[in-house]
Design a binder for this molecule. Structure first.
Ligand SMILES: [Zn+2]
Ligand SMILES: [Zn+2]
Ligand SMILES: [Zn+2]
Length: 346
């Protein structure tokens, strides 16, 4: 009897403690980690018509490209403002000035552990400076191969490409996949559609959450097939306001819209910062202003299987139902070899 009474008392005491919160039942899952320190932060610097990204993980920093020669002091002061004292690695995507130009200034200031580029020579003053300041650090340029991996903090960089050699420096761009936990960030330099397809044919795993859009949003990059395989949720276009190239082009912009990708542009949003704890992904940007609204209403296009012309749904020249085929986007229709109707899709 005494034992039963004791057990009852114990049960009463336990329920009292549970009610008052002194003893908590175990949480079914971890609470959402809104306040968690990011394990990886990616800064897409606004360097105008050029590329520069600073990545930080657990106090380790890497730099992918350094903007133009004239951006050098801006990049150096940005790195200082972020508390950078040294760099684990500097990656030069390719030899064009808008990617390598600012790197000599960075290498002149920050001790760096390793320097990577797709080539060790290029006939230009700024590339010579890049080689010179790499040398001054007691280093030489490493030309990485697909499959090479580097770790910084809690993140890894995997080299996916280039998978061939090319005459055009843009296509020689290092293709880098940065992974932290479940999140993947893809950097493609100025790689154009031909090299994109070679990369896909090589079997590289390009699926990513965030794509740094190739070649500043030029229509020669971000091919439909490539975008489909990457299928990012977010994309960043590093581009200068009112640039003479007309970047970003409407063609890749509309592909990104079709694919429902949230697009950040350094000419509109300034420096864009993505952070992840390996699971959640958050974005902030310099201007802080809301992103412009994009039309996301799904449309459908109707193709004529006989004439291989496609139309908007309301067109007066629609084929009879037995000859109709549906496309979710204009680009899927064009990919299938259909041409737009001159009346409804001019
Ligand atoms: Zn470029
Ligand atoms: Zn280039
Ligand atoms: Zn039509």
């Amino acid at each position: 009897m005494r034992k039963v009474k004791f057990l009852k008392l114990l049960a009463a005491l336990l329920s009292f403690l549970l009610l008052t919160g002194c003893v908590r039942p175990p949480e079914p899952t971890d609470p959402p980690s809104a306040e968690a320190t990011p394990l990886l932060t990616v800064h897409y610097l606004d360097v105008g018509q050029a590329d520069c990204a600073l990545l930080e993980s657990d106090g380790a920093y890497i730099l992918i490209d350094g903007g133009n020669v004239g951006d050098s002091s801006l990049v150096v002061s940005y790195l200082r403002s972020q508390g950078v004292l040294e760099l684990s690695a500097v990656f030069c995507s390719h030899a064009h000035e808008d990617h390598v130009g600012g790197l000599p200034g960075v290498l002149a200031v920050f001790p760096t552990e390793a320097v990577y580029a797709p080539t060790a020579t290029h006939a230009s003053d700024c590339f010579d400076d890049f080689v010179y300041y790499t040398d001054q650090q007691g280093l030489s340029i490493t030309i990485p191969q697909p499959g090479d991996r580097y770790t910084f903090g809690d993140a890894t960089v995997e080299v996916l490409g280039p998978v061939k050699s090319y005459p055009d420096p843009n296509d020689t761009s290092l293709v880098l996949m940065v992974t932290c936990g479940q999140r993947r960030f893809l950097f493609t330099g100025d790689m154009e559609t031909g090299a994109e397809n070679d990369l896909l044919d090589s079997g590289a795993s390009v699926k990513a959450d965030v794509l740094k859009v190739g070649h500043h949003g030029s229509e020669t990059s971000t091919g439909y097939r490539f975008l489909y395989e990457v299928s990012p949720e977010h994309a960043v276009i590093s581009v200068g306001a009112d640039n003479t190239y007309g970047h970003p082009d409407e063609v890749p912009l509309s592909r990104l819209r079709d694919a429902g990708v949230t697009v950040y542009r350094t000419d509109l949003q300034g420096t864009v910062i993505a952070s992840t704890d390996g699971k959640d992904l958050t974005f902030s940007w310099e201007t802080g202003e809301a992103l412009p609204e994009v039309e996301t209403t799904p449309t459908v296009f109707i193709g004529n299987i006989k004439s291989k012309v496609f139309h908007r749904t309301g067109c007066g020249n629609l084929p009879k139902e037995s000859n109709q085929v549906y496309f979710l986007t204009r680009f899927l229709a064009e990919l299938a070899g259909y041409t737009p109707c001159t009346q409804c899709l001019s």
